[in-house]
Design a protein around this ligand. Structure first.
Ligand code: ES4
Ligand code: ZN
Length: 324
């Protein structure tokens, strides 16, 4: 079974590129850019990747990004991920990036997007991995800053398939960004949003995603199962969920495999993804294996997870069909 999972063609839909920064690359970039780090060796840097809650994770996560400064840095980050993805037989990836985690520290938007875009173009040609970029707004910043970021993205509209919403959900509901998403929709972007596990108010957040924002997908979103009306509406619209088991294990102490089981049984379009693999210690293969083991999934069920992912991917129908 492990070989079957490793070998099958895969699709990754919930992956923060900043969350793929492995300690080795982090130390190399720190050296290249003369950024002072509080540790001297890769082993020490790896030891620093420990946390006991979402907020302690996010603090270390944004702190680590100080090493990312130049266009080649962003290229090298995405190139390292895409190389790894190719090794895991990922054929298609939708990659989140957080421009505000960089513009807020003085790194220009165009440096970020140009570096990432170059890696995406090279990957298709050299690695046989297709990828598209999704720009996330940091929900703990203001709606005005999100709108300014959206405006800044417009010259690069053709390089970005959609927009998302991430970072700390507490006190930052989707409606805070209603105008931003409405404008994003008018510009032709697809829309998704994190509705994280174990977040207070997340049912209301999922409801807002459906009724106010009109999302095309829900990231995490397993709490929807606790509300029959929400689940029914998501099923009616055929929306997908991007579940991240190993990440959930860290932030909620639970892989949420039970939710994956119920979603499969209900015929919901559930997918399995890796979120921040450098921090949580598992890329997509390890995430699928974790769920397969926990639920004792059959090969058909594992294949269903991948088919779901290709089906809900933001690709034109003929391109998707070639994967299915
Ligand atoms: C994230 Cl695990 C998690 N939660 C919220 N926002 C994030 N951004 C990157 N990883
Ligand atoms: Zn995420």
């Amino acid at each position: 079974m492990d070989d079957f999972i490793a070998g099958m063609p895969k699709c990754e839909l919930h992956l923060h590129i900043e969350g793929t920064l492995e300690p080795e690359l982090k130390m190399a970039l720190a050296e290249r850019n003369g950024v002072e780090m509080p540790y001297r060796t890769v082993a020490e840097a790896r030891d620093a990747y420990t946390f006991d809650s979402l907020s302690s994770f996010l603090v270390g996560y944004y702190e680590s990004m100080r090493v990312l400064r130049t266009e080649p840095d962003f290229h090298d980050l995405a190139h390292a991920y895409l190389t790894r993805a190719a090794e895991q037989n990922v054929r298609y990836a939708e990659i989140f990036f957080d421009p505000q985690a960089h513009t807020s520290r003085g790194v220009p938007f165009d440096i970020v997007i140009r570096g990432l875009r170059r890696a995406v173009m090279d990957a298709e040609r050299l690695l046989g991995v297709r990828a598209q970029l999704i720009m996330c707004f940091l929900r703990d910043f203001s709606a005005e800053y999100a709108m300014a970021t959206l405006m800044e993205s417009l010259p690069y509209r053709e390089w970005i398939v959609g927009v998302g919403l991430d970072s700390d959900e507490r006190g930052n509901p989707p409606v805070k960004f209603a105008e931003v998403f409405a404008r994003a929709r008018r510009e032709g972007y697809m829309i998704t949003a994190h509705c994280d596990v174990d977040q207070p108010g997340t049912h209301e957040h999922i409801r807002q995603c459906l009724e106010v924002i009109g999302v095309d997908r829900i990231d995490h979103g397993t709490n929807a199962l606790e509300d029959e009306a929400l689940t029914a509406e998501i099923a009616r619209r055929g929306l997908g969920f991007t579940v991240c088991p190993i990440s959930n294990g860290f932030v909620a102490g639970d892989l949420k495999a039970g939710a994956v089981r119920r979603m499969l049984d209900l015929g919901l379009r559930v997918t399995v993804n890796s979120d921040d693999p450098a921090y949580f210690g598992g890329y997509v293969t390890e995430n699928v294996r974790a769920v397969q083991r926990e639920l004792d999934l059959t090969r058909d069920e594992v294949a269903r997870l991948q088919r779901n992912a290709f089906e809900i991917a933001w690709l034109p129908r003929p391109v998707k069909d070639a994967y299915l």
